[in-house]
Ligand binder design. Sequence first.
Ligand code: FES
Length: 261
Amino acid sequence: MSGSETEKEAHTTATEEAKPEVAINMIPVFVMGKRYDVPEGLTIMKAMEYAGYKFIRGAGCRGGVCGACATVYRKAGDYKIYAGLACQTVIEPNMYLTQIPFYPANRAEYRFEELKPEPEEIFKLYPEVFRCLACNACTKVCPMDVEVMDAIAAIKKGDIAKAAELTFSCIQCGLCASRCLGELPQYHIFQLARRIYGAKIAPQAEHLKQAAQAVEEGKYEKVLQELMGMGIEDLKILYQEREIEPEMAGEDWEPADKRHL
Ligand code: FES
């Protein structure tokens, strides 16, 4: 073997040592009934994309907070229908997958400013709240562990504050409505309850009141006009160089640049 061949071999060996090959284990899943072999460890969303499906709807944040990717699936040898978020649920061998891009559920129309902070407003807009059979299927299916049935019970009792508190983590995926025997659109009802509570029942935070007043009085008008007059590249630089509040900032944290406070 020549010197250069030895060097080449040594180089190849070093490179191989530096980058050990990772064996990818492929597992079978069934997307809408058709088998695909996909890498183990993917989420349902990534597995479907690996199989060639493209999410135009039914995907948003990919981080488990927007509720766009509600899905149902079955596991091999199990009669049960499971539900979850496609962006968070990790696949298992022989899962049967599909995707629910949208679940039709009644959504009341209202002029929010005309609503009174009273439970009767919710009853009028969503009379089906009294069709709840207390079966608890909604709670079992919720990927955010919201006590859905208890929150509906709170609304029936007229306790809007409790319903708002219980459903704070609701991400509006709609899975509760998909399993409801009484055909309630729980997630829309909760959204209305939270709106009424936040805007008309909960005491207004003083600092928020002051901030809203400052906006109304045009305090930020000048800086907004400046931003709107900037080119895209300058805006990018401004964004990249912005001061970010530290993760562990205390209540009294303030930015170094206080010109716009
Ligand atoms: S894509 Fe937003 S929760 Fe899954």
